[in-house]
Design a protein. Structure first.
Length: 233
């Protein structure tokens, strides 16, 4: 049974979501502020977390920034403002997905199931075409969930790893954004275009020598993403 950490200062909403999640077969851990969330993460080790952006006097962005690296679990952000700035900020800080309030509990459960499935928690992972995928300076170790570039380790989130793996499996071919959305996030709602774009930006910061002038991860406007080795001069 997977455990969901719910972080929101709205206790009524947490109670409602906890009830819906328990009926769907999940265990839940409620947290109403950052201190409670920290304790839950360190002591109870949830499988996935759902953070609200607004935590009273605190910010879910601050919590996300603090826990993204030490805790490699999927994180979904909740925001009451359907604005691109909130989405982009959360995604740039490492959120794996987001939902805008108001939302249905069925939609949240669907997103949670998708994120757990793509993280390989409690369900069979996507079949690997090879244990090691090598492409130029990049080596992706499927079995150990590790990535290196020029022999140096590269720390990726679960979503970044899956994104890169999908691109490597389709290297030298333009991968449509819709295909990336289906494979990595499992949905194609209108906002997923922002998710793909910002996650690609995060990957460039970790993979490219000069993220402002990418040579490996190329955008094909209006189509998708092309992973290819730099062409010789």
């Amino acid at each position: 049974m997977n455990t969901v950490l719910l972080v929101d200062d709205d206790r009524d909403l947490v109670d409602l979501l906890s009830f819906a999640l328990r009926r769907a077969g999940f265990e839940t851990i409620p947290a109403f502020d950052i201190a409670m969330a920290r304790r839950a993460l360190s002591e109870q080790h949830p499988d996935i977390a759902v953070f609200d952006v607004n935590l009273g006097r605190e910010s879910g962005f601050d919590l996300l920034k603090e826990v993204r690296v030490p805790y490699q679990l999927p994180i979904i952000m909740l925001t009451a403002r359907d604005t691109e700035s909130d989405k982009v900020r959360g995604l740039e800080l490492g959120a794996d997905d987001y939902l805008t309030k108001p939302f249905s509990h069925r939609e949240l459960i669907a997103r949670i199931n998708t994120r757990l499935r793509r993280a390989g928690s409690g369900v069979p992972p996507m079949p690997a075409v090879a244990s090691l995928i090598e492409f130029g300076p990049i080596v992706l170790d499927v079995a150990h969930h590790q990535v290196s570039k020029d022999g140096q380790p590269v720390a990726l989130t679960l979503t970044e790893f899956r994104f890169l793996k999908f691109l490597l499996s389709n290297a030298d071919h333009v991968v449509p954004s819709a295909d990336i959305a289906r494979e990595v996030w499992g949905h194609e709602d209108p906002g997923v275009t922002d998710v793909v774009r910002v996650t690609l930006h995060r990957l460039r910061r970790k993979i490219e020598d000069d993220p402002a002038h990418p040579r490996l991860l190329n955008t094909v406007p209006g189509v998708g993403v092309l992973l290819r080795l730099p062409q010789p001069p």
